[in-house]
Design a protein around this ligand. Structure first.
Ligand code: AMP
Length: 421
């Protein structure tokens, strides 16, 4: 029996890991500078949280969730996104009473049963923020700046922001009627999927990927042209603030996002280097969610962005993931006695904050030197019975092949000096 990784999932292999760690370190560093604090919630939640928090009419809830019964017959679901979980934790732990504004970030795996393709997996990773407690357009823009700063500092080029406003319960019902009237007139020509959405989630028809649907909706009424005074003021302020921080954007009336709880600002960041799955991330305001999950009304805004897609773009743009990890010192120990004698020195060197390795396969000197080369060791320490008898060892600089004798008791101090320089 040969076991495979489940369809739509991937191993992140050791040789790739430094890329992930580089990206994650950047994300965590930028979050710190923007004063967002990490939150970690369980990988699974009670299914109802997502049904209520994301909306039954969405693809995510309707088709894509990994839902199962546990032994207590409770329905649980692997999280398909983080916002509902973060808001659940916010309400459950009274975070709103401790702080008027909670600026939270997260990083971790999400699960959706989608048709796998490049940049679309069943287990994928997202980072994102949720700023819970402010209705100011400034914080909408701050969340966009968090994403943009991460991407810019990683070196991404050819990014673009699309923004829109999806209105609120004051202006959306009237607009929805106009949209449904417009689309009903061409109902027969819409894709099967969109015909269904006409009843359940008509705004989603605007971001249908079917060419025919796109053609039919070119002249559809757009939410941004039917905003109430409050939503319009908010949208105008967001645009003004973006201009103020010199962030380029395009207004896209068809940008609606898949989830029901969004209000006012919606945005997406795209990269030209992603092909058909061109969204790196998306976000927006969700002023209605906390209340709909049983908390106090709490205006909030956030975004979520994919890490696999970010790495795909970085690779396509030939960007740096920092240095491939190397070894500072490789201790080549020859024979039983030397291997045992090597351990305290290896430990002392590691304690001096250097990356140190030794051979555990009882290999020949030649094979150990080859391994040291393969692992790009900067120095090797050669330790045989002779050296131990003399209480010294040979240190070889692998860059220029220079060798020197170093007394064993001074070995860690020797390297400490060397690397300090
Ligand atoms: P969403 O929550 O659907 O708006 O997704 C936000 C971001 O997460 C997207 O722009 C992608 O970068 C990433 N993402 C969403 N779904 C997937 C998936 N199935 N595979 C890989 N990345 C995904």
């Amino acid at each position: 029996m040969n076991y495979r990784v489940p369809t739509g999932t991937k191993d992140i292999l050791p040789a790739e890991m430094y890329k992930w760690q580089f990206v994650e370190k950047k994300i965590i560093g930028v979050m710190r500078r923007f004063n967002y604090t990490e939150i970690r919630t369980p990988i699974f939640e009670y299914t109802d949280l997502f049904k209520r928090g994301i909306g039954e009419a969405t693809d995510v809830v309707g088709k894509e969730m990994y839902t199962f019964l546990d032994k207590g017959e409770e329905s649980l679901t692997l999280r398909p996104e983080m916002t509902a979980s973060v808001i659940r934790a916010f309400i459950e732990n009274n975070l709103g009473e401790q702080l008027p504004l909670n600026k939270l970030f997260y990083l971790g795996p999400m699960f959706r049963q989608e048709r796998p393709q490049k940049g679309r997996l069943r287990q994928f990773h997202q980072f994102g923020v949720e700023a819970i407690g402010s209705s100011s357009p400034e914080i909408d823009v701050e969340t966009m700046l968090v994403a943009l700063t991460i991407y810019e500092e990683l070196g991404l080029k050819n990014l673009s922001f699309k923004i829109n406003s999806v209105g609120c319960p004051v202006c959306r019902p009237d607009y929805r009627k106009k949209l449904v009237a417009f689309l009903s007139a061409v109902k027969d020509q819409l894709s099967v999927e969109s015909q269904k959405r006409l009843e359940t989630n008509p705004m989603r028809i605007l971001d249908s990927k079917s060419e025919k649907d796109m053609e039919l909706t070119v002249n559809a009424p757009m939410m941004k042209d039917h905003l109430c005074a409050e939503c319009l003021t908010h949208f105008d302020k967001v645009k003004l603030l973006l201009n103020g921080v010199k962030v380029k954007f395009d207004v896209d009336g068809k940008l609606v996002r898949g989830l029901d709880y969004y209000t006012k600002t919606a945005y997406e960041i795209q990269s030209e280097n992603l092909g058909s799955q061109n969204a790196l991330g998306g976000g927006g305001r969700y002023d209605l969610l906390t209340e709909s999950l049983g908390g106090k009304p709490t205006p909030s805004v956030g975004f979520a962005a994919g890490i696999e897609r970010l790495i795909i773009v970085m690779e396509a743009e030939n960007l740096s993931f920092g240095a491939v990890p190397e070894i500072d010192v490789y201790v080549v120990a020859l024979g039983e006695t030397a291997a045992a004698a090597a351990m305290p020195y290896v430990q002392a060197i590691r304690k001096q904050n250097m990356v140190c390795e030794m051979d555990y396969l009882k290999r020949s000197m030649k094979a150990q030197m080859r391994d040291a080369n393969r692992q790009k060791a900067k120095f090797t320490v050669i330790l045989g019975d002779n050296e131990i008898a003399k209480n010294e060892c040979v240190v070889k600089n692998m860059g220029n092949s220079e060798q020197s004798s170093v007394p064993l008791p001074q070995l860690d101090a020797y390297f400490q000096n060397l690397f300090a320089r």
